[in-house]
Design a protein around this ligand. Structure first.
Ligand code: HEC
Length: 148
């Protein structure tokens, strides 16, 4: 009786306690495709207008284009020369991008994408610039895919 209780307790410890201890130390972005709920449903606070797109383009050409590319296809010079693995996201690929809410992109831009060259911008870029560049990168979506 006591023996099996001990075994059960040990099992409990291994199965439940250690993963949660590990998780507490890890950054949640360690899990690919992980987005916290509170981010997923966030709405872009900026209007999709010319002023926002201009702001977004300034951010993009200055800080994103070197990797994500002039055409937004993920083939920026740094990424091509550096043979990045994985390559930066192809924003023209509407199959992927249409599944990502603005809030998901905001999360990745803010916190970075773990295990890739995409680093966190939260502490170095005002939130308004992060939201503006999200509107801008939506303009790369290929129109033929949009109609599908
Ligand atoms: C040093 C290269 C580099 C720079 C600079 C860079 N990125 Fe990335 N980006 C990446 C890589 C690599 C990925 C990961 C692609 C993947 O996971 O498939 C990525 C992924 C992304 C994603 C997809 C995230 C998701 O959850 O789907 C977005 C959005 C993004 N970057 C936006 C930006 C924006 C905006 C900037 C400029 C502020 C920027 N990136 C600058 C390399 C870069």
């Amino acid at each position: 009786m006591n023996y099996s209780k001990t075994v059960l307790l040990l099992l409990f410890a291994v199965v439940f306690i250690s993963p949660s201890l590990l998780k507490a130390e890890e950054d949640p972005t360690n899990t690919p495709g992980y987005y916290p709920k509170e981010y997923m449903n966030m709405k872009n606070p900026l209007p999709f207008d010319l002023a926002t797109l201009r702001e977004g383009r300034t951010v993009y050409t200055g800080q994103c284009e070197v990797c994500h590319g002039f055409y937004g296809d993920g083939k920026g010079n740094a990424a091509v020369i550096g043979k990045y693995k994985p390559m930066p996201r192809d924003f023209t690929d509407n199959h992927i991008m249409s599944k990502k809410s603005d809030g998901m992109l905001y999360y990745s831009i803010s916190k970075g994408v773990h295990g890739t060259r995409m680093f966190a911008r939260e502490e170095i870029m005002p939130a308004s610039q992060r939201w503006a560049v999200i509107h801008y990168i939506r303009t790369f979506a290929k129109s033929e895919d949009k109609e599908k």
